[in-house]
Unconditional design. Sequence first.
Length: 112
Amino acid sequence: MDLIFANPDGTPLRPDSISSSVSALFKRLKLPKPKGASLHLLRHSHGSHLLASGMELTAVSERLGHSSPFVTATVYSHAIKGRDREAARKWEEFQKKDTVNDSADSASSKLV
């Protein structure tokens, strides 16, 4: 079993002991205690940062253990929305490339 958190003997830690350890870490580092489960917020931040940096939705979905990419897209849509500018840029590049290919095809057909 591949566990992120395990006892020294490899057995799973109890979820409440993990959460209390993360809360203690927040306190020790003098970080403001977030509302809700701080461990879950770290997981959510991880997923958000992966998507915002361009990681594929399906890969992030698998990493987080979601049942489908639809779940990931629904929960993390805030991290995906900012990618519209990049999508528009890629579309423009595609159109320019296609225009160049059409011009080249047109010129070569006139030579024949």
